[in-house]
Design a protein around this ligand. Structure first.
Ligand code: NI
Length: 427
């Protein structure tokens, strides 16, 4: 279906600066256009009066299946969190659980204005099935661990390639996803880098998340995790680095020179006691900065509005500088910077001629946004996600006037509750 969207305030960028303008949008075959429909073109009208029409947010790092463990292992030490709570559940859960938990994740993301996410998962086929059924744009990777991609019994890489062959589409792409430098050998990371070049695929990895990861790496390899990846030929502009909390020496120079992107996860890093990424330093080094929520077991939401506000406030506080991380810098990180990291610059995260119609409609009459003195500020500092009224992805409505169109909410709740009752370890 084509749509004519009328009466809304549209968030546009002019010479890199965000501004709003009242104008009509014409959605043709999943793409945004400012060119009116001609006689004979069939379209449906959508009244956006009282709404801000803006690009959907991009959650650049999460583990969708983890919604099953929301608020299940909080206020406990990291090793209890990981080894006694999270991992036993992950190991015992049947694969189908991940489908329902990932659909729940998609529902929460749509509800709070995220139209695209980058996922690292561990249950074959479930995450791509959920993203496809929800109609959400996603970049998905089967988590990889171990010594060698080709060793007998290492089926994860085979699964990763099978998912790509089965599900790749206009809205679903696939990312090579080695878990971390402490769960993957240098040999495996080199193999992944080679495969990435061969298949022209994006790569993602958790990097320098904790002090322990950094000190262990210095002891084992005599270099920082960033330098290790640099030396292995892993870093390039198709590389997405989640966390990067512990940066040392010339780490940020190497990241900048390689063109790799960093995803900061402020809530997860704070919650797990890992600290704060040097985000201001990253910006000073002209590193492409994006934002992720991480999984719900370590956040505990997938709400990018909360993540954006938190990011700005944390860094203003740390630097004792009210000018640090201004609203537009944060919004850029959640939109255009993400598009650059995903190789979709100009066609994602922006309202422009020919860009993908991934749009969110924000109700400007919600009390949290009123009066609309400065809309860009309000998106970073006042919005809590509940103001999102309608969501369109690739030209299709997935939520309209707060009604979910692609997901059966009651069915998802029933299934997720069933697995939670059966498999979560009671404290
Ligand atoms: Ni993660």
């Amino acid at each position: 279906m084509n749509y004519k969207i009328t009466g809304g305030k549209v968030l546009l960028r002019e010479n890199g600066i965000l501004k709003t303008d009242e104008k009509d949008l014409f959605i043709r075959e999943g793409k945004i256009s400012f060119r009116p429909f001609q006689t004979g073109e069939v379209f449906e009208g959508f009244d956006a009066r009282g709404m801000l029409v803006m690009p959907g947010l991009v959650n650049m790092h999460t583990h969708a299946y983890m919604t099953i463990m929301r608020n299940y292992a909080d206020d406990v030490g990291f090793s209890e969190w990981l080894f006694k709570r999270v991992m036993p559940v992950e190991d015992s859960m049947p694969r189908e659980m991940a489908y329902w938990a990932s659909l729940l994740a998609c529902m929460e993301m749509i509800r709070t204005g995220t139209t695209c996410f980058v996922d690292m998962h561990m249950y074959h086929r479930q995450s791509p099935m959920a993203a496809r059924d929800a109609g959400v744009r996603a970049f998905i990777g089967r988590g990889l661990v171990g010594e060698d991609l080709w060793e007998e019994g290492n089926n994860r890489f085979r699964e990763a390639l099978e998912e790509k062959a089965e599900f790749e589409s206009e809205t679903l792409q696939f990312v090579l996803s080695p878990h971390a430098i402490y769960t993957c050998s240098p040999n495996l990371l080199t193999q992944v880098a080679q495969k990435g070049r061969e298949l022209s695929m994006l790569k993602q990895i958790h990097l320098s998340e904790s002090k322990t990861e950094l000190t262990d790496c210095l002891v084992k390899y005599g270099k920082t995790p960033v330098r290790l990846l640099w030396d292995l030929g892993f870093l390039d502009k198709k590389t997405i680095l989640a966390h990067c909390v512990q940066m040392q020496g010339d780490d940020l120079d190497l990241i900048h020179e390689s063109g790799a992107s960093v995803v900061t996860n402020p809530a997860s890093n704070a919650k797990l006691g890992n600290g704060f990424a040097p985000v201001q330093d990253m910006l000073d080094h002209r590193v492409n900065l994006c934002i992720g929520t991480d999984g719900t077991a370590s956040n505990n939401t997938l709400n990018m509005f909360r993540e954006m506000g938190l990011l700005s406030l944390i860094h203003k506080g740390i630097h004792k500088d009210p000018v640090a991380l201004p609203a537009q810098t944060v919004l850029d990180a959640a939109t255009v910077n993400a598009a650059r990291a995903l190789g979709m610059e100009g066609s994602l995260g922006v309202i422009s001629e020919g860009a993908a119609a991934d749009l969110i409609f924000i109700d400007l009459n919600e009390p949290s946004l009123f009066p609309p003195n400065n809309i860009v500020s309000s998106l970073c500092y006042s919005a809590n996600g509940s103001e999102v009224s309608s969501v369109m992805i690739n030209g299709k409505f997935v939520m309209r006037k707060r009604e979910m169109l692609t997901i059966d909410r009651e069915k998802v709740y029933a299934e997720v509750q069933k697995y939670a009752d059966q498999y979560l370890v009671k404290a």
